[in-house]
Ligand binder design. Structure first.
Ligand SMILES: O=C(O)c1ccc[n+]([C@@H]2O[C@H](COP(=O)([O-])O)[C@@H](O)[C@H]2O)c1
Ligand SMILES: Cc1cc2nc[nH]c2cc1C
Length: 345
């Protein structure tokens, strides 16, 4: 499987960073989570004057064999239809990325459709969708290796163009099932505690989804590594995001995690190399029920919570201006000395 070196950022600047934040014209801690985000970005970049360069969001799309079991409220063809929508520039993620000046790329990680070339589409197709994990392993070893490698390559290309902040979104009918199975294994929680409504299954659909995922777990009862987990139940887009997130951290970029499915890829990446945590910001807490528990498991707090459950990287795009505010206040805000404001005794 993948081995990747992610340096742990040095903490030698921490006192200087804290001093700079604490002597801004505000009571200590009064900018709340903006302060912890600023501190983290300073540490990632090893500077007291951080910069966000060429922000980018990558949406990884893939189809799931398990979708044919009826685990989603929507049919499989919505995956490719939404990719076409992203390429037309009119989906939610297009609107929010454009609003905040974020470059958007769509990756065909393994959609069951042949797309024409498009300037915003990256062709990294591993297959026409995964196999059905209820009856066999979803991904072959060769496909997993390719998916991880492609994820690394995509991030390296974006990094080479000067980006130092990258968000990870996804699209794939059925992928909330794959994410729930990954969560159940890594967080050691029963599957029923990990399964939510996804695209909006009703009560009967939710019970059926749990029943099917319990059967998938019985089928793959001897998983003993993250590779085996991804092979058994993963999606091409989830595996590719896992590699991509690890590579982004290895490149010392700021890693922006989106919702439930994006966080399932992060869970895999974090199990492979926990140093990724120093580079990662959790942009929002999704309304998908398991996401809160994933974030609790990781002992992290999201930047915003707006009851989204869309995916696509929308949480990353919406949190981005707050991340920018963190960087702006540490760079531009006056200190007590600069402004001649009396500090407390
Ligand atoms: O990101 C989230 O938190 C999230 C929560 C629920 C659903 N989704 C999106 O909905 C799709 C997966 O839902 P489902 O029901 O098809 O498994 C997939 O395209 C995801 O992007 C995304
Ligand atoms: C319409 C639609 C849009 C999406 N975007 C991400 N996942 C999605 C799922 C559906 C069904």
């Amino acid at each position: 499987m993948i081995e990747i070196n992610i340096p742990k950022p040095s903490s030698k600047l921490i006192s200087a960073i804290n001093h700079k934040i604490d002597f801004k014209t505000k009571p200590i801690g009064a900018l709340g989570q903006l302060e912890s985000v600023a501190r983290q970005i300073c540490l990632i970049q090893q500077t007291l004057a951080p910069e966000l360069k060429k922000p980018s969001i990558v949406v990884f799309a893939g189809d799931h064999g398990l979708a044919k079991e009826g685990v989603s409220a929507f049919p499989q063809e919505v995956t490719h239809q939404m990719v076409l929508n992203f390429l037309s520039g009119e989906a939610a993620i297009n609107i929010f990325s454009e609003q905040h000046g974020i470059d958007l790329k769509i990756v065909d990680a393994g959609v069951n459709f042949d797309f024409e070339n498009h300037p915003h589409l990256i062709n990294a197709k591993i297959g026409m969708g995964t196999e059905n994990s209820l009856t066999q392993t979803a991904i072959s070893e060769n496909q997993l290796t390719q998916a991880i490698q492609k994820g690394c390559e995509i991030v390296n290309n974006i990094h080479a163009k000067g980006s130092n902040v990258i968000g990870f979104g996804e699209m794939g009918i059925g992928n909330s099932s794959a994410a729930s199975l990954i969560m159940s294994h890594i967080c050691k929680l029963p599957i029923k505690d990990c399964v939510g409504r996804g695209t909006g299954v009703d009560d009967a659909g939710w019970y059926k989804k749990i029943e099917i995922l319990e059967k998938v777990q019985q089928k793959h009862s001897s998983i003993s590594s993250i590779s085996e987990l991804l092979l058994a139940v993963g999606g091409f887009e989830i595996a590719m995001m896992t590699g991509a997130m690890l590579q982004a951290a290895a490149n010392q970029m700021i890693v922006l995690v989106d919702g439930f499915i994006s966080t399932s890829a992060y869970l895999c990446a974090h199990s492979i190399n926990s140093n990724i945590e120093h580079y990662t910001l959790f942009c929002h807490q999704s309304d998908e029920s398991g996401h809160k528990k994933m974030l609790e498991f990781l002992q992290v707090k999201s930047i915003v919570q707006m009851n989204l459950r869309l995916g696509e990287g929308t949480g990353c795009a919406l949190a981005y201006p707050l991340i920018q505010s963190s960087v702006d206040f540490i760079n531009k805000m006056a200190s007590f000395d600069d402004a001649g404001v009396s500090n407390k005794d």
